[in-house]
Design a protein around this ligand. Sequence first.
Ligand code: ADP
Length: 266
Amino acid sequence: MTPLLRVRGVERRFGSGDGATLALQATDLDVAENDFVTILGPSGCGKSTLLRIVAGLDSQTAGEVQLDGRRIDGPGADRGMVFQSYTLFPWLTVRDNVCFGLRERGWPRARQLEVAHDFIHKVGLGGFENHYPKQLSGGMQQRTALARALANDPRMLLMDEPFGALDHQTRELMQELLLGIWEAQRKTVLFVTHDIDEAVFMGSRVVVMSARPGRIKLDRPVELPHPRHYSVKTSPVFSGLKAELTEAVRTEVLAAAAQQRPAAAV
Ligand code: ADP
């Protein structure tokens, strides 16, 4: 079957000449429809760069990205983004933040409100429709960002450490919320995280990237059943995969640290 997302030989170089940084080296990645792929790797290995290229917010310096057989060369409503930092429009209520993309697409107001109502309730924000972002906790802001992304019914959700700024308990609740939505809707997801537990718990597949210049170093299916309850975290399958990924990520974190050491100290 043709994958929904096809990344072929994608490279990203920043700057030119001696000062150039190769952030991403010839990377290939296929993501099948309905898959939930999590990406792990040391800080600075190019995870966000790859996601931004897929989102069309950045351009590769070589290679090609295709979504559903069409070359990506800019942002589009077929991809919904959720970032770590809160990116809601502060002057809009929860309801209007969620309606935003639908309004841009010229939907009638009644239909916008219907869809917004549905997703606001799916993320557990019923009753907060008229609140502004500054009146919400970090977790509630990310729920709103998730509802806004889902309301546009994108082919793919692109998530860059979406729960990275949240406290541990809120983060676990958000993981369960997103997983529940994914289990019900099977939206295709590409999800960047540096949290190995999160990558295994959420993913149907986990990919590990190498230290800069990033490339895919390890690619593993997560053979844990759905619906997934947080108690799977104590299962042998979870622990075995976590151990393998921890070792792979650690090797790359050490490689990244060695790159940062001044030449004289190496
Ligand atoms: P990650 O998300 O894995 O932490 P990034 O994709 O943010 O990594 O960055 C990968 C590498 O590319 C880093 O070395 C970073 O400094 C570099 N980089 C990212 N964006 C830019 C930019 N706009 N200009 C120059 N270098 C950049």
